[in-house]
Design a protein around this ligand. Structure first.
Ligand code: MN
Length: 498
């Protein structure tokens, strides 16, 4: 279902016709070399496409408009090799609507001390040409990323790569379609939100279907298709009967297999990329979708529990942004469940009733079938595992009534100190930055939710840049957070984002 689009990024070099043909030939040659080497680096997730040097208002305008209409173009990388008078960029930038990266680099790494003369100076003017260009972009109030450094430096290439993923998130955000087969849980505040405003800001389409329509689709999945998927489960996962009759256990698992196939067909048929369910609104479904939802999340679908469509869309967004990433460690919805307040071992046990994506798992994944203390259905089958160690980010998108805020917390995921044999759900365990006490205090002051969209594979910078591109506030809780400054950040946000 995750059909990877063949996105590309255009590399546009700025100059002017003041320098003569020979100089412009060098400019073109240099930018071709840079584009070639960037593509050869193996570090960029998407291809960079060289474009002819931009030297006039007309060409700049035409190129930006072509970028707008080219479906494969996910953004433009600009660089001023020489001086390019920035008024020539105004009309093009005014009309441009896609992500913009300003690569502030220069062709040569070192000052050529022995040979440098005025010809060289005229030809290599990034240091001031890029300032002229940067000025107009700032004056026009255009959101863009600035990356500084020599183009052959691996760190610079990695920053370009990182921005490319943000850019694809920005482009793809407007194609996210969330299916609600249940409303938000009664009386819950933080999972609510303004769906019209979400579409205006993020482009998300959030639609409702009666749960029994999807239940009918589940019901129509054949026995043979269902049992073939059950066989796949039994091959792939450990089966933990825990005293249950093997046949009865398998029948419970088959219910989830049928839900997985039925849900996926329904989502595909209607072109949705994320889904929410609610344990209290299951219609004709025999079990709360557990294993089924876990598998769909691993396939790239977004998910939010108890009708939480904002988390569903955020999980989908993160799945898009991390797509095809080598050595990706995973992305999932999670929920803050229980604290460990023991000194030196502080952290938050992350779990949910059932629905944690196995992409974050480490070690064996088992199927268990256990009663659910909530709802009134059969004991649902679910995948149980523990998660990887390492750094990640937990995000919460909240609706403050007049606007959205994205809260981003750097977290350190750790191994569970001890096994929890009686806990029949998947878990993660993390300590938020800068520590549990300040991290949780800041999260609560910011109004962060109990559900989060979590990933190991993106950075706070990437998600913050996405939020800025959407025109919403991003607040960061990280190793530098202290409460006094954090409260000031929130106050400034209140003024700025009114
Ligand atoms: Mn929940």
């Amino acid at each position: 279902m995750l059909k990877k689009k063949n996105y590309k990024f255009w590399f546009c070099t700025g100059s002017q016709d003041l320098y003569g043909d020979e100089c412009l030939a060098h400019v073109a040659e240099h930018s071709r070399i840079i584009v070639g080497k960037l593509n050869e680096s193996g570090l960029l997730p998407y291809e960079v496409v060289w474009k002819p040097t931009l030297i006039t208002n007309e060409l700049i305008r035409r190129t930006f408009n072509e970028a707008n209409t080219d479906e494969e173009c996910a953004g433009v990388i600009t660089w001023m090799h020489t001086f390019s008078p920035a008024k020539s960029w105004i009309i093009g930038l005014q009309e441009y609507r896609k992500p913009l990266l300003h690569l502030h680099t220069q062709f040569n790494e070192e000052i050529p001390y022995d040979s440098i003369d005025m010809d060289f100076m005229n030809e290599n003017q990034s240091a001031h040409g890029d300032r002229e260009y940067g000025h107009i972009v700032t004056r026009m109030g255009i959101e863009r990323k600035v990356v500084v450094g020599h183009w052959a430096d691996e760190e610079v290439q990695k920053r370009i790569a990182s921005w490319m993923r943000t850019a694809v998130g920005i482009i793809e955000s407007s194609h996210i379609r969330v299916m609600r087969v249940a409303d938000n849980m009664r009386n819950v505040a933080v999972t609510e939100g303004d769906k019209v405003e979400a579409q205006l800001k993020f482009g998300w389409e959030v639609d409702t279907y009666p749960v029994n329509e999807i239940a009918e689709c589940v019901d129509s999945v054949s026995q043979s298709d269902t049992m073939a998927l059950v066989d796949e489960y039994y091959e792939k996962y450990d089966i933990l009967l825990e005293g249950r009759d093997p046949e009865e256990f398998k029948r419970h698992v088959a219910v989830q297999a049928q839900i997985e196939l039925g849900f996926e067909r329904f989502l595909e048929e209607k072109n949705y990329h994320a889904i929410v369910t609610h344990f209290g609104d299951l219609g004709a479904l025999k079990q709360l979708p557990g294993l089924a939802i876990q598998r769909l999340m691993q396939k790239g679908y977004g998910f939010g529990a108890e009708g939480d469509w904002k988390v569903a869309a955020m999980v989908r967004l993160m799945k898009i942004m991390t797509e095809g990433m080598k050595d990706a460690k995973g992305t999932s919805m999670l929920e803050d469940y229980t604290y460990n307040f023991v000194k030196g071992k502080e952290g938050i046990l992350q779990a949910h009733m059932l629905e944690i994506c196995p992409s974050i798992a480490e070690g064996p994944i088992s199927i268990k079938c256990q009663p659910l203390s909530m709802g009134d259905r059969e004991d649902p089958a679910r995948l149980v595992f523990t998660s990887k160690e390492g750094k990640g980010i937990a995000t919460s998108l909240i609706d403050l009534g007049n606007r959205f805020r994205l809260i981003i917390n750097d977290v350190n995921c750790k191994k569970n100190e001890k096994p929890m044999p009686k806990l029949p759900v998947a878990t993660n365990f993390w300590e938020p930055e800068p520590n549990l006490y300040t991290g949780a205090e800041a999260w609560i002051l910011a109004g962060g939710a109990h559900h989060t969209a979590f990933t190991y594979d993106l950075t706070a910078e990437q998600m913050g840049d996405w939020a800025n591109a959407m025109g919403i506030e991003a607040v960061y809780i990280d190793k530098n957070t202290n409460i006094r400054d954090f409260k000031k950040d929130l106050m400034l946000g209140d003024i700025f984002y009114k």
